[in-house]
Design a protein around this ligand. Structure first.
Ligand SMILES: NC(=O)C1=CN([C@@H]2O[C@H](COP(=O)(O)OP(=O)(O)OC[C@H]3O[C@@H](n4cnc5c(N)ncnc54)[C@H](OP(=O)(O)O)[C@@H]3O)[C@@H](O)[C@H]2O)C=CC1
Ligand SMILES: CC(C)(CO)C(=O)C(=O)O
Length: 293
């Protein structure tokens, strides 16, 4: 398939790196015109490998694509609106952002066919042209709007260390991921610790558990969806990881606070439920975000 990827960030390069290995024809749309070659460093390999792809800086090149993956952060999306609206309406667009607010942005687009993705990989850029794959996870995709005739073909891109699965209820998967991110990211960012510390240190573990309990009180139906054991095991599996929020803060970038924590607080508010502990973290992070980018 001819696949366009908007944004050569960590996740864009991860997708481009693995999908190109499967034989897909990959084109990156970047805003940094100095990038000539991109690299991927897989989990257990010491040497980064070049990604087979084209790199362009004009949206018009994307008119020929069979799928476009939008791999920028939530707060970058509004600046892309004009470009995305200029594309032929039938080209399927896939959005892979964490959080929930990007769905409101998607609803403003003219595009007919929209796919949502939820990504459980851990990836980070070790330099502007290289992505490091730090943790293998599943990518869940689901159709949000319209149709996608190449769905089966894309699902068969099952590549080692890059599993893709189809979900009938992609919103539920995104919501669960937003809950997990609301539990882990704010606390690791304020405490400046790796994810594993949240379950090794008794004080952090108590705070984590208190946030978990207040969240489940607001979203009772999530008791089945998200167990405490699952929260603990995500902290364990990603114990050496610094959460994306903490990494953004440390690099002076805007953190995805509104689309993750803000969106969960708003959902709770709609049910007349307050989440006082999470709200305290939200207010602290909002202040810290004023220093970003
Ligand atoms: N990293 C991870 O492990 C995970 C990330 N995600 C989600 O994936 C999304 C992307 O995250 P991540 O890849 O880490 O973020 P990055 O900051 O690494 O990448 C974002 C990229 O988007 C580019 N960009 C922004 N605006 C434009 C534009 N107008 N045109 C072209 N490129 C643009 C940026 O370019 P520039 O370099 O010029 O600034 C940057 O390279 C986020 O929503 C995140 O929540 C989900 C799961 C895991
Ligand atoms: C799963 C987790 C918490 C891993 O660090 C993550 O998604 C993030 O950092 O944003």
């Amino acid at each position: 398939m001819r696949i366009g990827i908007v944004g050569a960030g960590a996740i864009g390069m991860l997708f481009g790196g693995y999908l190109s290995k499967h034989g897909h024809d990959i084109t990156f749309l970047v805003r940094n015109k100095n990038i000539e070659q991109l690299y991927i460093q897989q989990e257990n390999l010491s040497e980064p490998e070049p990604i087979k792809c084209q790199i362009v800086s004009s949206i018009a090149t994307m008119n020929q694509m069979e799928l476009i993956i939008v791999a920028v952060k939530y707060h970058h999306l509004s600046s892309l609106k004009k470009d995305l609206d200029s594309l032929p309406r039938e080209i399927p667009l896939m959005f892979i952002q964490n959080g929930l607010l990007h769905i409101q942005f998607i609803d403003t687009l003219k595009q007919s066919n929209i796919i949502l993705g939820s990504v459980l990989h851990g990836a980070t850029k070790s330099n502007p042209a290289t992505v490091q794959h730090l943790g293998v996870g599943v990518t869940s995709i689901g159709i949000y709007k319209g149709k996608w005739t190449s769905l089966e073909q894309f699902l068969h891109s099952n590549i080692e260390n890059f599993p893709i699965q189809y979900s009938q209820n992609i919103y539920q998967i995104l919501f669960k991921k937003a809950l997990l991110n609301s539990l882990i990211n704010p606390l690791t960012t304020i405490a400046h610790v790796q994810n594993g510390e949240l379950i090794k240190n008794e004080s952090y573990k108590e705070i984590l558990r208190s946030i978990y309990e207040e969240i489940l009180e607001a979203f009772v139906e999530c008791k089945e969806l998200l167990s405490w054991e699952e929260v603990v095991s995500l902290c364990q599996n990603t114990e050496k990881n610094y959460s994306s929020m903490l990494k953004d803060y440390q690099s002076g970038r805007i953190m995805e606070v509104e689309t993750i924590v803000g969106a969960i607080l708003r959902e709770a508010e709609n049910r007349n439920k307050a989440l006082p502990i999470l709200n305290t973290f939200y207010l602290l992070l909002k202040e810290m975000n004023k220093a970003g980018e």
